[in-house]
Write a protein that binds this ligand. Structure first.
Ligand SMILES: Cc1cc2nc3c(=O)[nH]c(=O)nc-3n(C[C@H](O)[C@H](O)[C@H](O)COP(=O)(O)OP(=O)(O)OC[C@H]3O[C@@H](n4cnc5c(N)ncnc54)[C@H](O)[C@@H]3O)c2cc1C
Length: 306
């Protein structure tokens, strides 16, 4: 990797540059070592320029949204972490035909703002994601959802920034969506997405949003940092139920704990590190495998060396 690349990049690209930035400040888990550089672009053109610069110079890049579905290594990340949430903003209606409403949504918008926009205008379709934290880009990358639906139900296509800053539009059928998965090409950053909703249902969206908020409050461990569900639910079962049956609720290692409220959540009780979280993940996995013959797959994404 080139020395002084950060200085060089600063001269070419506009945005916020945070060198040696602790990533625990940028993840909902409040865990993660330093990024060599955390870069928050000033806008779309600057993001494209940044990607071009990084790729030309062979500098490893990562992209995060709001950091609500990731566990970052305690050793941190070499290279450049691009943070999009609140940096790439904009939601606009681009087409309306009868009840079909097509929106263009920037990847750094939060799901919360997308929901507020839908409710305000009486558009139906985003109810499933009321209360899910994070950015639209991160939600598409992980096909976020609930029992009521998932991102692939409303995404029509996405605009990606590929290697060297090349722009590409990809339709939904080429994104390989499945349960909490989206097969994005490895080098790509989601810039924006076209999302299709239905016009005419103010009361429906407000009612579902309230129900979902109540359900979340009762079933999820609010009050402690976490990254949401650690594992995907296996077919026809729930990861939380299996971990609970294995007697692991409340198991604690340093400040990391398998939640007593929902066993598929690991919470950070203060100064938890990634190493302790990984150890709890390994224990849950091997106990569930031993007792039920089921291999739990991670829902959270691991960034860095473990
Ligand atoms: C309390 C809590 C509750 C949660 N409940 C749910 C739930 O009910 N359902 C659910 O599905 N999830 C849930 N989550 C997980 C998380 O909120 C979602 O997955 C969310 O959509 C992730 O968005 P993010 O911006 O935080 O992504 P990040 O955590 O920043 O990133 C996640 C992944 O997406 C990639 N990524 C992010 N932005 C982009 C981009 N612009 N282009 C390409 N790749 C990108 C990252 O590289 C990473 O691999 C919950 C999390 C918490 C903390």
């Amino acid at each position: 990797m080139r020395k002084d690349w950060i200085k060089e990049m600063r001269l070419l690209v506009d945005g916020q540059f945070l060198a040696d930035e602790p990533l625990k400040k940028h993840t909902s888990f409040r865990i993660g070592g330093p990024a060599e550089l955390l870069f928050i672009p000033k806008g779309v053109d600057e993001l494209i320029k940044a990607i071009e610069f990084l790729d030309k110079n062979g500098i490893r890049r990562y992209v995060i949204g709001a950091g609500t579905n990731i566990l970052v290594s305690d050793k941190g990340l070499k290279g450049c972490v691009i943070k999009t949430v609140n940096a790439l903003r904009g939601i606009k209606v681009i087409k309306k035909e009868k009840q079909r409403v097509q929106l263009s949504v920037m990847s750094g918008e939060t799901l919360r703002r997308l929901n507020e926009f839908a409710i305000k205008n009486g558009y139906i379709g985003t109810e499933f994601c009321f209360g899910i934290p994070g950015s639209v880009g991160g939600a598409i990358a992980g096909n976020a959802g609930t029992r009521l639906g998932e991102m692939s139900d409303i995404v029509e296509d996405v605009i990606l920034i590929r290697e060297m800053g090349e722009i590409q539009r990809i339709s939904k059928d080429k994104l390989g969506f499945s349960y909490r998965e989206c097969q994005l090409p490895e080098d790509s950053v989601i810039l924006s997405a076209d999302i299709v909703l239905r016009d005419g249902g103010k009361d429906v969206s407000i009612k579902s949003s309230q129900e979902l908020k109540e359900y979340r409050k009762k079933t999820q461990p609010y009050g402690f940092p976490s990254a949401g569900s650690i594992f995907k639910n296996p077919k026809e079962d729930s990861a939380g139920r299996l971990i609970e049956l294995a007697g692991l609720k409340g198991l604690r290692l340093n400040d990391a704990e398998i939640s007593k409220i929902h066993a598929n959540f690991i919470i950070n009780r203060g100064k938890a590190d990634a190493k302790s979280v990984i150890k709890l993940i390994d224990i849950a996995r091997s106990e569930v495998q031993k007792l039920f013959g089921i291999r739990l797959e991670l829902e959270i994404r691991l960034l860095g060396e473990f």
